[in-house]
Design a protein. Sequence first.
Length: 277
Amino acid sequence: MTRRLGHVSTKIWCADDLGGAELLRGQFSDFSYDVPTHDKACFALITRGAIRIRTRGTESVARAGDLYAIDADEPHAGWPVDRNGWSLRTLYVEISRLQAFVGNDNGQSRHVPALTGPIIRDARLTHLFRAVHSDSEEATPALHREERYIEFITRLFERYTHNAPPMRSPGQELRAIRLARDFLDHHLDQHVRLTDIAHAAGLPPFQLLRAFERATGMTPHRYQRQARVRFAAGLIRLGHALTEAALAAGFADQAHMTRSFRSTMGVTPGAYRNAYL
């Protein structure tokens, strides 16, 4: 849904796969926030221009590339630095839901860490935030979105919260990795979620992601892409039609398979098929 009001243009949507987060993309000029509070934590990445922010006891300017982070129920005001206004991408989410995402607790903990904002300047964190936000708007594959979201949450908790519960150590979870790989190999034609893989492996999503990357050198999403190519190649070697191989391996269509096949194998599926004629 997109709203326009004076010099304001915004689009807002909800994302159940991001812990029930509300996301907003907007452009503002000649506009001021009138000391709002939110029942969720607020993360806002400035993508153009600048905004002056006042919270209790502090006043600062967030410019393009800055991420400002404000706890739930924290009063804050914002107004433009100049007539050019600003653009941003915002995410509202309960911190307890982020804790549940990385396996700190079941989402019902009374121990909720506090954010160290309001201004965070961390190129890696802002890159992950923008990627998650854009991925959600563009509806990229859920597994890819969840991996980036967990990377964002992990870095946020490790560097920009007070009194956060200790993160679990992934440890050497070889059996869990084997189960995760088996799950991916047997669900190539389905749009799986990271939570589905974690459940099959018997680990929280965060712990699984860390252990999987350490053991395989790639994320579950990248592993899934390569597994699909391997499976399709096997079908092509057996003489199956390219369209049939694409659908059986979980690709949206033959063009999708061709792109992945070429980036992985260095040749098109057609050239690969011809080598076995």
